[in-house]
Design a protein around this ligand. Structure first.
Ligand code: C2E
Ligand code: CA
Ligand code: CA
Ligand code: CA
Length: 281
C-alpha cells in the first residue's frame, strides 16, 4: 500500500508539473494574443421586457488564435487574472467596447455592460483609466455599466475599500455598476443597501428549467426581483432560453433579460443589425 501511495504521489507530481507548464504556455500565448489582435469582442443584446427592445449589450471577450478553434473565456480568464494579464486585456476590452458602442449609443441610445475582474479593481489607476476610455470614445458615462461580482465588494465579510473607492468615484461621474451572477456568492445581503451599485444580474442558475413546475424556482426569482425593486436597483435576468422564462420574468416585473432566447453573443456587425432592427420595429 505504501508503494502504491508513493507511485500515486509521483503521478500526481508529474501532472502538477504538466499543469504548470500548460499554464505558463497559456500565459505566453495570451500575452501575444493581446498585441497581435487575436482578441475580439462579441456583444449579447440586453432586452427590455416591457417592449422587447434592445436597450444595451454585454461585451464578452473571445480569443481566436490563428488557424485554431476559438478559446472560450472560461479557459483563459482565470489564467489572465492569476498572471495579471487581465489588467491589459480588461483595459483593451473596455476601450474597444466603448468605441464600438459610442456609435450605437448616438443613434439608438444603446448602453454597454463590461465585465471587470477583481484584479483590475486593485489597480490604483483603474478609475482614471475608465474615465479616460470614456473620453477617448465619446461614450457618455451613463451609457457604461461595469459588471462586478459580489466578491469584489465584500471579501470574507469585510468590504474592500479600494474597489468601493473606485466604483463610488465612477458613479459620481454617472457610470453604472451591476452585480453579476447575483445569488451565487455567500456574502450578506446588507451590502446591497450600502454599497455603490445600480443593477443586479440574476444568475442563470435561478431560471426554472423547461417543464419545471416546482413553485420553489418561481419563489426564488420573485424574491430577488422584489428585493431589488425595494432597494431601487435595476434587474437583469441572465441565461434566458425559453418563452416560459420570459413570461415568468415579465409577470414578476423583472426589467431586462439576456439569453439565447433573444440572441447569442454575436460579432459587431450582427449586433449592429439586431439593434437597428429592434429600433425600427
Ligand atoms: P458572465 O459574465 O456571467 O457572462 C454570461 C455568460 O453566459 C457568457 O458566456 C454568455 O455567452 C453566456 N450566456 C448568455 N446567454 C446564455 C443562455 O441563454 N444560456 C447559457 N447557457 N449561457 C448563456 P461566455 O461569453 O463564455 O463568458 C463566460 C464568462 O467569462 C463570463 O460570464 C465572465 O465571467 C467571463 N468573461 C467574459 N468576457 C469577459 C471580459 O471581457 N472580462 C472578464 N473579466 N471576464 C469576462
Ligand atoms: Ca457578466
Ligand atoms: Ca453573469
Ligand atoms: Ca457567470
Amino acid at each position: 500500500a505504501k508503494e502504491a501511495g508513493r507511485d500515486q504521489l509521483i503521478v500526481f507530481d508529474q501532472s502538477l508539473r504538466e499543469k504548470r507548464l500548460e499554464v505558463a504556455q497559456t500565459v505566453e500565448r495570451l500575452g501575444r494574443a493581446l498585441t497581435q489582435g487575436e482578441l475580439l469582442v462579441h456583444f449579447q443584446p440586453l432586452i427590455r421586457l416591457a417592449d422587447e427592445r434592445i436597450t444595451g449589450v454585454e461585451a464578452l471577450i473571445r480569443w481566436q488564435p490563428p488557424g485554431e478553434r476559438m478559446v472560450p473565456p472560461d479557459r483563459f480568464i482565470g489564467v489572465a487574472e492569476d498572471s495579471g494579464l487581465i489588467v491589459g486585456i480588461g483595459e483593451w476590452i473596455l476601450r474597444e467596447s466603448c468605441r464600438v458602442v459610442a456609435g450605437w449609443h448616438g443613434r439608438h441610445g444603446t448602453v454597454v455592460s463590461v465585465n471587470v475582474s477583481p484584479r483590475q479593481l486593485r489597480e490604483p489607476d483603474f478609475g482614471a483609466m475608465v474615465l479616460d476610455a470614456l473620453r477617448d470614445s465619446g461614450l457618455p458615462p451613463p451609457a457604461l455599466i461595469l459588471e462586478i461580482t459580489e466578491g469584489v465588494l465584500v471579501d470574507q465579510g469585510a468590504v474592500t475599500e479600494q474597489a468601493i473607492g473606485h466604483l463610488s468615484m465612477l458613479r459620481s461621474h454617472g457610470i453604472k455598476v451591476a452585480v453579476d451572477d447575483f445569488g451565487t456568492g455567500y456574502s450578506s445581503l446588507a451590502y446591497l443597501r450600502d454599497l455603490p451599485i445600480d443593477h443586479i444580474k440574476i444568475d442563470r442558475s435561478f431560471m426554472p428549467a423547461p417543464g419545471d413546475t416546482d413553485p420553489a424556482a418561481r419563489t426564488l426569482v420573485k424574491a430577488i426581483v422584489d428585493l431589488a425593486a425595494g432597494l431601487r436597483l435595476g434587474t437583469i435576468a441572465e441565461g434566458v432560453e425559453t418563452a416560459e422564462q420570459v413570461a415568468l420574468l415579465r409577470e414578476l416585473g423583472c426589467e431586462r433579460a439576456q439569453g439565447y432566447f433573444y440572441s447569442r453573443p454575436v460579432p459587431e456587425p450582427d449586433a449592429a443589425r439586431l439593434i437597428l432592427e429592434s429600433a425600427s420595429s
